[in-house]
Ligand binder design. Sequence first.
Ligand code: IPE
Ligand code: IPE
Ligand code: MG
Length: 250
Amino acid sequence: MSSHSKQSDFQILPRHIAIIMDGNGRWAKKKFLPRLAGHKAGIQSVQQTVKRCIEMKIEVLTLFAFSSENWKRPEEEVSHLMHLFITALKNEANKLHEQNIQLRVIGDRSRFDEKLTQQIEVVENLTANNTGLKLLLATNYGGQWDITQAVQRIACDIEKGVISSEAVTAEQIQKYLSFADLPDPDLFIRTSGEQRISNFILWQLAYTELYFTDVLWPDFNADELDKAFAFFAKRERRFGFTSEQITQVK
Ligand code: IPE
Ligand code: IPE
Ligand code: MG
């Protein structure tokens, strides 16, 4: 499969792809470079992935950029990552807008400094009405944080009498989570050979197809994404039904 594959080459494409971009540090180490060089190189993979998603008319792409646990890393790495994030947002803002991309940052913003918060708002406002790819950057995001903030807001609404405790159903909980207005991820990708969720999206991954590759994030590109598309197209998503029921519907 090559980067020349067309949308019609794949029978079924995911609407929403969620990626754990992992392996930047190991990529740098292999090249005897500092970890930051790996993070920088990873930006190119982001650009290629976004481009491919636009070509394939994917609706939503969620990228895990910084987890709520990544604050535990050495201070120098954390501040480099924050700097990289703010510079990328500045440099890419106009390009994102020209490509009709709607950018959203999901996660807990309370720990970001003012400059970063402002830059996020600038890009979100600039691209808010765009109708193309929805690009979600999960930054200081954790699946447990997402569920916790939902439960807190639900409790608040119960206290205020906006909803009753009997109304707390799975559908209702979903409405309080991040990206509640978008479809759940259909395809999850993790690079670098690790096979874990690392507190990325939890609730909404309930029926997501999981794809793991040994490729390190800075080496990930359109061809690698096509491999994940091919994997996805071969899956039979049953959502609890039997295989026979699914084929009947088809
Ligand atoms: C992923 O690469 C990027 C972030 C977590 C920000 P890593 O930095 O985790 O790379 P490895 O896992 O150490 O190789
Ligand atoms: C997950 O990767 C977070 C991001 C890619 C942003 P980590 O490298 O932090 O995950 P663990 O610590 O290996 O599980
Ligand atoms: Mg890692």
